[in-house]
Design a protein around this ligand. Structure first.
Ligand SMILES: [Zn+2]
Ligand SMILES: [Zn+2]
Length: 187
């Protein structure tokens, strides 16, 4: 059993999630590029207890949603990534409050909390329902685009993946992955 406390703070999950993750997520180099592009700073627009020590990269349109609803879209482009602190990303008032709630339950001993959360997301996904708080999406997109243009103008080249395996909806790994892995990949 992978400890979610550790997982939530682990920036690079690729080594134990295998090739599937590479197909479904930014690479470590890409994540670092986005963090550097954003000046290493959380881009959340509202006042919050910003924890800048562990910047995370959020998919503005999350991978599994993109794979299901927009199957021709590659979600792992630089302008679909934005740097957020842990509070803004997976905190109570952040973009993925279900992660916060699951962690609370997990800490109280509900070991299936993340599996339940993954199942709830899966159900929402089936109904094409958004399973994150999307009210900042436009702001995130605009910031990502602006920061991207400025950074690329400085000569910074986006590190493309060596291979990109397109994820088809019927090949949606949500059904094949263990729930905890689903949750951690999908952020
Ligand atoms: Zn922050
Ligand atoms: Zn996220």
């Amino acid at each position: 059993m992978i400890n979610p406390e550790v997982m939530l703070q682990t920036p690079d999950l690729i080594h134990f999630l295998g090739f599937l993750t590479i197909a479904m997520a930014f690479t470590a180099k890409q994540r670092q590029w986005i963090i550097d592009r954003d000046g290493g700073k959380c881009q959340f627009p509202e006042p919050h207890e910003c924890d800048t020590e562990h910047p995370q990269v959020h998919h503005i349109t999350p991978q599994h949603y993109a794979a299901t609803v927009f199957p021709k879209l590659n979600p792992d482009v630089s302008t679909n990534g934005i740097t957020l602190c842990k509070t803004a990303h997976v905190g109570k008032e952040g973009v993925h409050p279900d992660t916060f709630q699951a962690l609370q339950k997990y800490r109280k001993g509900e070991k299936s909390a993340f599996a339940q959360m993954a199942e709830e997301r899966q159900q929402k996904l089936k109904g094409r329902t958004i399973y994150w708080v999307d009210k900042w999406d436009r702001i995130f997109h605009a910031k990502a685009l602006m920061n991207d243009q400025l950074y690329v103008a400085k000569g910074q080249v986006w590190p493309e993946k060596k291979t990109h395996k397109k994820v088809e909806p019927e090949d949606n790994s949500l059904s094949r992955m263990k729930p905890l892995e689903v949750e951690m990949v999908e952020s």
